[in-house]
Every structure is written in C-alpha cells, then in structure tokens.
Design a protein around this ligand. Structure first.
Ligand code: ATP
Ligand code: MG
Length: 424
C-alpha cells in the first residue's frame, strides 16, 4: 500500500462539512468587511520568499520546499501567502486603479517542519491583506474582524496578544539596545540564535528553545524604544480595540516569524491547543510592497491557521454533516423507474435524495435509509402506484402519510422545508 507523505494529511468526508462551514463563514465575514477574493498559485520563484520573509528566518533557512524545475528555475511551494499577494498587487499594478485593496485568499501552505500535533507540512490558511491604508484603525479593524470570526465560531479560551515593532526610524535604536543585551547573555543562547544574533537580533524573540525563551523574557522591550509616530500609532490601535471591547494582552516579545513586519503585530492564541497554540497571526508590513518592486504603499494583514482552528471545533464536526432529506424506497420494477425519475426531480429542487437501485426488500431498504440517517422515506410499490399514492414516513416521529402522486414533488419539498433537520 502506498501511503501519505509524512506531515501531509487527508481531510476525510466526516470532517469536510466542518471545513466548508468555517470557510463559508470566513468568506461571508470578509466580504461583509469589503474584501475581495484573490487566487494565487501554490508555486512561486524562490526569490520571492527569500527576499520578503527574510534570509535569517526559520522558514527560509530550513522549512521551504524548494526545487529546481526542468528548465533550471528555482521554485518554492509557498510557505505563506502575504508575499504572493503582494507580488500580485505589484505585478498586475492593482494600485494604479486604486491604491486601497482589501484581498483575501484561502488555501494550503507548505513548510517542512517537524510533524506533530498542530504542525503539518501542508496546512491551510485564510489570509486577509489590506493595502494602501496606514491609519491605525485599519489594524484595529482587521483584529476586530478576526475576533468576530472567532466569536461566531464560539471558540473558548481565546486570547489576543498585540505588540508594535516600530519602523525603520526607531528600529535601529532598539536593535542597539537588544544587541548589547544579547552580547551579555550569549552563554544562554542556542546555536541558531548565536548565529542570528548580529544579522537579525529580533528573530531571537521567536526562538522556541526553552532556555532562549527564558533569556528573552528579560530582554529590552521594543515598546520602550518606539518613536513618537509609532507610539501614537500603537496607542490608537489599542484605543480602537478598547472602543470595541476587544480584550488584549501586550506581549513585547511578539515579533512573528517573518522579517517584513513593522509597527503592529498580533497573534490569537487558544490555550486548549497545548504547545502549538497560535491560531492566527498578523501585522503591518509597510515596507514590503516597495521591497518587492511596487510603489510605496503600506500593508497590513493576518493569517488564520485552519488546521488548528478546526481542531478546536472537532467535537462539532457531526453537526455540519449533511444527511439525505429523503430516501426513496421503491419496490418492484415499475416503482423503481418512477422512483428514479422522482430522485432527479427532487434533486432539481435542491432536496438531497437517495435511492437503492438493487430492488431489495422493503425491510432492507428501510435499514439502508436508517444507516444514511435520512429524514424521510418515500415508499412506493406497484400497489401504491395502482392506487395513485406513495407513503411518506417521517423517520424521527415515525408518522406516515399518504401522498397523491400528482404534485408529489412539491408535497415532499414542502414537508422538508417545514420539518427536516438542517436547512437545504
Ligand atoms: P508557530 O509559531 O506555531 O510556528 P507561525 O508563527 O510560524 O506559527 P504563521 O506563519 O504566523 O505561523 O502562520 C499563521 C498561522 O498558521 C499560525 O498561527 C498557525 O495557526 C498556522 N500554522 C503555521 N505553521 C503551521 C503548521 N506547520 N501546521 C499547521 N498550522 C500552521
Ligand atoms: Mg512556525
């Protein structure tokens, strides 16, 4: 037997209804907030990611699925979506029509990390990005959208952490303070951190090694080094969140795993997930559009990790599973051919109908209807046809009623609209 590649997974029919529900809710909310969908490829030129995510990051150093294609180009399966969305914004000159764009995309990402609970090599994200607005209310609005989404899903134990990473003006001052701290604590750092210490000291806040984590708790805070403009920007984000009663915690170590962030960063954590507790993360990236060859336009966005989100909702998968509304139990050749016609007519009316073609006994067809958990069974045999009726059995109440053959389709549709569990 040929099996799955390690770290990859199938999402089986028992779970896809839940995935669809979550995705549909996200689309609805994003579109209510004025976002348009963008579909981008899974494969990009490697340079897009190495330049945007940053050379000294875990993703670029260790996690990308990079290969040389037959024409000699270095290609990479996308490890995240923002770089591709920015590329599309720049390449198609979307900004020329209007610098302000709100875009979302849903799909798989690829990172060659160590597979474990909540960590896969192909995982799914919902991404939202806003271009062309530097107003802090946009940052707050994105966070609000994210929290509304979590709220609509009734997720328990969710916390929001926020931080500001400053801008090219105040970052150097912070880097200096950080560097002298790191020099005096180099004995407690892992080999990755020692290597990155000079090139990219902010990265050290994102290290998952326990001794590094502990050391970084005493590191200087970026928030003490913000310039006036960044301080005001962050103040305004907090004020907006408070205005909408969105509780938050400040985490000055929240630098995120990608290099392009400026000013606001945020993460949504779910305690019950254990070690991999980040469900969503995002932030502002005011320099990225320019760095990827576009005009000077700011950007801010987030990514929701669908796999971890679904994990939080696992107990609810069954609620969203769609059962047949009607099972047609047709006994005898003539009834089978009438039933086959009804089956198609019902489906045209968006009724989920099933039939068994094997012409088994009524008893075994009823067993099949039970197994499928159909809400109704429409029973028809040669005798019923002669009498000009069929029998509709409600599988919950066990009540049966005789239905005249003329208008049978609209009769059944009507019953389902008023009684069947779950909408159509
Ligand atoms: P983590 O700190 O858990 O490694 P991250 O900071 O690398 O997460 P981001 O790049 O911010 O993650 O991606 C946003 C979200 O995507 C995360 O909050 C998480 O829910 C999800 N995610 C990231 N990597 C994986 C993975 N390997 N498997 C499953 N979900 C993931
Ligand atoms: Mg990671």
């Amino acid at each position: 037997m040929i099996k799955l590649v390690r770290g990859f997974k199938d999402i089986l029919p028992a779970d896809t209804a839940l995935w669809q529900h979550v995705e549909a809710l996200a689309r609805e909310l994003l579109e209510d907030f004025g976002f348009y969908e963008l579909r981008i490829p899974l494969l990009e030129q490697t340079e897009l990611f190495s330049r945007s995510i940053g050379a000294g990051t875990d993703i670029v150093e260790k996690e990308m699925y990079t290969f040389t294609d037959r024409g000699g180009a270095s290609l990479t399966l996308r490890p995240e979506a923002t770089a591709s969305v920015v590329r599309a914004y720049v390449q198609h000159r979307l900004y020329a029509k209007d610098p302000v764009w709100k875009l979302y995309t849903i799909g798989p990402m690829f990172r060659r990390e160590r597979p474990q609970k909540g960590r896969y090599r192909q995982f799914y994200q919902i991404n939202a990005e806003v271009f062309g607005v530097d107003d802090p209310r946009t940052d707050a609005e994105l966070i609000l959208l994210l929290m509304r989404f979590m709220g609509r899903l009734e997720l328990p134990d969710i916390t929001l952490q926020i931080n500001s990473l400053g801008c090219p003006e105040c970052r150097p001052r912070f880097k200096n303070a950080l560097e002298s701290f790191l020099t005096s604590h180099s004995g407690q750092l892992c080999s990755d951190c020692l290597r990155r210490q000079d090139q990219n000291p902010l990265r050290l806040f994102d290290c998952k090694v326990p001794s590094c984590k502990e050391t970084m708790q005493d590191a200087p805070s970026v928030l003490d080094h913000l310039c006036e403009t960044c301080r005001a920007h962050f103040g305004s984000v907090k004020e907006s969140l408070e205005g909408f009663q969105v509780p938050y915690q400040i985490n000055h170590g929240l630098v995120r795993g990608l290099d392009y962030y400026t000013r606001t960063t945020f993460e949504v954590l779910a305690e019950s997930l254990g070690a991999q507790d980040a469900v969503a993360g995002g932030g502002r990236y005011d320099g990225l559009v320019k760095a990827l060859g576009g005009p000077e336009q700011p950007g801010v966005g987030f990514a929701i990790g669908l796999d971890r989100l679904i994990e939080l909702l696992a107990g609810r998968a069954q609620v969203f599973e769609k059962r047949p509304h009607v099972f047609i139990a047709a006994i005898g050749k003539r009834a089978q051919s009438v039933g086959f016609q009804w089956l198609q007519d019902l489906r045209l009316q968006r009724v989920r109908a099933e039939i068994d073609f094997e012409n088994r006994s009524l008893k075994s067809q009823m067993r099949r209807a039970d197994k499928l958990e159909a809400s109704y069974v429409l029973i028809v045999g040669d005798r019923e046809l002669d009498d000009g009726i069929a029998v509709l059995r409600n599988m919950t109440t066990k009540e049966q009623e005789k239905v005249p053959l003329e208008n049978i389709i609209s009769f059944v549709v009507n019953r389902i609209d008023t009684t069947a569990v779950g909408s159509r």
